[in-house]
Design a protein around this ligand. Structure first.
Ligand code: HEC
Length: 163
């Protein structure tokens, strides 16, 4: 049997390893939520929807992940980092205005679909970040917003073609 002192040493060493690994595995950020190319430049967005997107989506779909301290701990950081990289690649609200019109419309369509099917925000993330849990009405507001945005973009394109 190991005595208490030995167990304490082992625990301290293990915590040290997790600490150092976590320090090395910090989530990288490469910008801010809002900038020259963020989605608000091309889509009219009221502050309620904007707030919902900020709390439920931008950690994985923007240039800035507002990580809470345990997000940077191994092994949570492995999971989050993977989600952030993949999520950003699929849809980046900070770069949305730089997408082609076709891509913008496609992504908006996907947003409505993901929310209608309750696929986003990812469930494991909501479990660890309860504030990201959207109510039914907040969810619906984003769905309405994205469908409305598709129309806005189509109207804008039609006007451009007339001139
Ligand atoms: C924990 C990270 C995370 C959060 C939070 C999150 N997403 Fe995602 N999202 C992902 C990942 C990873 C993918 C790609 C894999 C997949 O589709 O499951 C993705 C895919 C998507 C796609 C599909 C894009 C495409 O073209 O197929 C849309 C749309 C989307 N997310 C919208 C949202 C919205 C809207 C929110 C907020 C309500 C949100 N996501 C919150 C990680 C996240």
């Amino acid at each position: 049997m190991m005595n208490k002192k030995t167990l304490t040493y082992i625990a301290v060493i293990l915590l040290g390893i997790v600490g150092i690994a976590s320090f090395l595995d910090d989530i990288n950020n490469n910008g801010t939520w809002y900038g020259a190319n963020d989605y608000t430049h091309v889509i009219q967005t009221d502050s309620t929807v904007q707030k919902s997107i900020e709390t439920a989506c931008l950690d994985c779909h923007s240039n800035f992940t507002n990580a809470v301290w345990y997000d940077n701990l191994v092994p949570v950081s492995f999971l989050i980092k993977h989600h952030v990289e993949e999520g950003k690649h699929e849809l980046n609200f900070s770069e949305f205005a730089s997408y082609s019109l076709k891509k913008q419309k496609h992504k908006l369509h996907e947003i409505a679909e993901q929310l209608e099917e309750a696929e986003m925000p990812i469930k494991s993330y909501v479990l660890m970040h309860p504030t990201a849990n959207l109510s039914t009405s907040q969810r619906q507001a984003i769905i309405d917003w994205s469908k409305n945005a598709i129309q806005q973009l189509e109207q804008k394109a039609a006007q451009k073609n007339q001139n």
